[in-house]
Every structure is written in structure tokens, then in C-alpha cells.
Design a protein around this ligand. Structure first.
Ligand SMILES: Cc1ncc(COP(=O)(O)O)c(C=O)c1O
Length: 425
């Protein structure tokens, strides 16, 4: 075997995507000991940064070591006791994952579903909550399998009214779509780095409200070997996972520095850098960049004579689904994009398998040149496969989206610079 020399791919699928170069550099930074004050200082900084990313005052905002589903599993397994009711509105693959993890934790799970390509109205969720009276309502925000973004802003009030914990998996959407933990009254949120945050998978930032912690802390149980006389068990049942036991993890991140696990330091460096990058750019600015890139890709795809999948009014900014045209071999196109142009676009699964491609524009890759390259290559590959399309229009359509966005932002900047009437008078 030789040294690693992966080809210079442009990852334009539904995630993972190419990392921000600064994130890659951060990951290769030398380690310090896990209780070195420098390291615990980085841990505290990471908590503070992710409070801003999640838009929350929650003290308990930290990283779970593992991919995004580690965050999901930690949140669910720590709160669910066997027999607890959990409601999962499913509008794509990852809703099924929330239901699956809840079932494995012993929950009595009720699911409601809409067809892939749609999202729920708040009334549908309220009706189910009223009838089922769950302890937890678990909803994905952006489900890359369908490209849909579930509006969450009305669900928090419903959960408060019926005394349910409101949890969302925002792995695929945070940083590129609006997300408001406190304003939307979320009790727990988990995410990953490999989408709009522009990192690799392997660290799952989470945040937890006091309402959530009131329940979870009753299950506190410190493992033998690190227990001391000051540790008191909670009066509810012990959490069924040691690795994802949030009270112990919280004590590792807190003043006690309980020796629960060895923090994945390189991933912490990486998660910290992803948050810094987002906050330095500005969350609103990042969302705007994703909106423009997503629109440019969507309009470009339409000019390739491709039909867009799903309800566009509820689409995530950062991924678009397009139907594979009749008579075209979807996998042959993806193969040619990858091997002739070094560009990866996504396949799909479940009911959409073999029907749509998913094209992402997120994180580091939400850039005009990445959009233009993808569209231009796709045009060539599709044309050579016999798909009828108007030549040259896709990239031009994408250029137009960027030109319009620049005009609008120049106008806004000019207006902001102009002295207000009040200032003049
Ligand atoms: C919404 C959502 N949730 C969960 C996951 C699972 O993430 P991971 O593969 O990092 O565990 C993904 C991955 O694409 C996702 O998009």
C-alpha cells in the first residue's frame, strides 16, 4: 500500500461534502492531554461556540463522539425509558431512523407519515400529539433523502401544551437553513458536521434544555470504577447505554471532569473550527449563501431539461432532487460524472431509489464555481447519453441567479450606506 492519494473529487451529493481547508488543518493539530487546561479550555470554547450555532442559552451544549446518529441515539436513549411513548412524524429516511432508535430504546413508538416529497402541517402533528400523548416528539428538520425541510416553528408550542419533550435532528440543515433552538422551544437538538457545517462526519454537537435535563438527570448513575462517595443515583431507571449516558457525559464536560471517555480531540478541534468558520461568516450570511447556491443549482438543473422532485416551497436550501429522465441510466451518468469529471452526485433510497439524483450545494461547496462545474459536466454527460437539452443554458441560468443576488446585495449595501433621512435632518 502507498500513502493516501485520494482523487481530487468535488463532492456535490447530499453529504458528506469537501471540508473547509481550515477545518482539515485544525484536525491535524497536535494533541494535548485530555485534562490539560488548554484542552478543557477548548472544550469550554466549543460549548460556547455551539450555543451560538444552535441559537440557545442552554448550558448543556456539547459534542457526542461519533457520527450524527450518535447524537440522535444519545438524546433518545437517555430520555426514553421502556414503555415511554414517542411520536415520530416521518417524511423521509431519517424519520424512520428516529423511530428505529426509539424502538430499540424500548419506546412505544407511534409514527405518522406523509408521502416523500411533502412535509407536515402543524395541525397534523397537533392531532397526533393530542390523541397519543407522547413523552417525546422526535422530528427531523431537513431530510436529505427527500430534500424536504419540515417547518418546526409551531411544533414547540404544541409540545409545551401537551407536556411533551420536543427533539429535532437538524444534521443536514443547520448552518444552511434557519434554525432557532430557543425561539422554537426545542428541548433537544442534535446535528453533525458533514453537511452545511463543512466538516467530516465523526462528531455530533447536541444541545439540551432544562426541561429535558429534569427528566434525564433522574436517571443519573455513575459507573463503577469512577464512582465516589459524593455520587448519588437518580430514582428513575438507569440509562441503557453507557457510551451515550448523557448525565455522565455532561459531568465530563462540566466542572467535575468525570473520566467517562477520552474525548476525540482531533474531532473536537474540527468541530470547533466548523463553528468558528460559520460564526465568522455569520449565520445569516451562510444561510443566504446556501439559498443562492441552491437556487442556482435548481434553475440550472431545470435548464438541463430535468424535472425537480418534491414540493419546492418546502425544499432544503442545500440539496435538490431531480428525476432521472426516461431512457437514461442513472448509475451510468453518476459513474461518468465521477470518473470523467471527478464530481460526485447522489443516488437515492427507499421509494425514490433509481428515480432521482440528489445534488447538494453545501458548506465549502456552496460556491458559484462548484455549481457551474457540476452543471457544465452534467450537461456534457447527459447530452452524450442522448438526453435532449438546450446547450449552454444551464450554466447561464446559474450565472443569472448569482448576478441577480449580487445586484440585490449591492442595492442593500448601498441603501445601508446611504444616510438615513433622520441622520440628514
Ligand atoms: C438528517 C440526517 N440525520 C442523520 C444522519 C445520519 O448521519 P451519520 O451517517 O453521520 O450517522 C444523516 C446523514 O446523512 C442525516 O442527513
Amino acid at each position: 500500500m502507498s500513502r493516501l492519494t485520494p482523487p481530487p473529487r468535488l463532492l456535490m451529493g447530499p453529504g458528506p461534502i469537501n471540508c473547509y481547508p481550515r477545518v482539515l488543518s485544525a484536525m491535524s493539530t497536535q494533541l494535548v492531554g485530555q485534562y490539560d487546561p488548554v484542552m478543557t479550555g477548548y472544550m469550554n470554547e466549543t460549548m460556547a461556540l455551539y450555543r451560538q450555532v444552535f441559537k440557545t442559552q442552554n448550558q448543556q451544549t456539547l459534542l457526542i463522539d461519533g457520527t450524527s446518529r450518535a447524537g440522535i441515539e444519545a438524546i433518545l436513549v437517555s430520555v426514553i425509558e421502556p414503555g415511554d411513548r414517542v411520536l415520530v412524524p416521518i417524511f423521509g429516511r431519517f424519520g424512520h431512523l428516529l423511530a428505529e432508535i426509539s424502538e430499540r430504546a424500548g419506546a412505544d413508538v407511534k409514527t405518522i407519515e406523509v408521502p416523500w416529497g411533502e412535509v407536515f402541517e402543524p395541525q397534523q402533528i397537533e392531532d397526533a400529539v393530542k390523541q397519543f400523548r407522547p413523552k417525546v416528539v422526535a422530528v427531523v428538520q431537513g431530510d436529505t433523502s427527500t430534500t424536504m425541510l419540515q417547518p418546526l416553528e409551531h411544533i414547540g408550542a404544541i409540545c409545551r401544551q401537551y407536556d411533551a419533550i420536543f427533539y429535532s435532528d437538524a444534521t443536514a440543515s443547520i448552518g444552511g437553513n434557519p434554525f432557532e433552538t430557543d425561539v422554537w422551544q426545542l428541548d433537544a437538538v442534535s446535528v453533525g458536521l458533514q453537511k452545511c457545517l463543512g466538516g467530516p462526519s465523526g462528531s455530533a454537537p447536541v444541545t439540551m434544555s432544562d426541561r429535558y435535563l429534569d427528566i434525564v438527570n433522574k436517571r443519573r448513575h455513575v459507573e463503577a470504577g469512577i464512582r465516589n462517595d459524593n455520587h448519588r443515583d437518580g430514582n428513575a431507571s438507569r440509562i441503557r447505554s453507557n457510551y451515550f449516558d448523557l448525565p455522565m457525559i455532561i459531568d465530563y464536560w462540566g466542572e467535575e471532569r468525570l473520566n467517562h471517555h477520552t474525548e476525540a480531540a482531533s474531532m473536537l478541534y474540527c468541530a470547533r473550527e466548523c463553528a468558528l468558520q460559520l460564526l465568522e461568516e455569520g449565520i445569516e450570511q451562510s444561510i443566504h449563501r446556501h439559498q443562492i447556491a441552491g437556487r442556482a443549482m435548481l434553475e440550472g438543473a431545470q435548464h438541463l431539461n430535468l424535472r425537480v422532485f418534491g414540493d419546492i416551497s418546502n425544499k432544503m436550501t442545500n440539496v435538490v432532487g431531480v428525476y432521472i429522465p426516461e431512457g437514461i441510466d442513472g448509475e451510468a451518468i453518476r459513474h461518468s460524472m465521477l470518473h470523467d469529471f471527478n464530481i460526485e452526485i447522489g443516488t437515492s433510497f427507499g421509494p425514490l431509489h433509481g428515480k432521482i439524483w440528489r445534488i447538494g450545494t453545501m458548506g465549502y461547496n456552496a460556491r458559484p464555481d462548484a455549481v457551474y462545474q457540476t452543471l457544465q459536466s452534467l450537461e456534457t454527460v447527459l447530452r452524450r447519453a442522448g438526453h435532449k437539452l438546450p446547450l449552454g443554458e444551464a450554466v447561464d441560468a446559474a450565472y443569472d441567479v448569482y448576478a441577480k443576488a449580487n445586484e440585490t446585495s449591492e442595492l442593500t449595501a448601498a441603501k445601508e450606506k446611504a444616510p438615513s433621512i433622520k441622520a440628514v435632518s
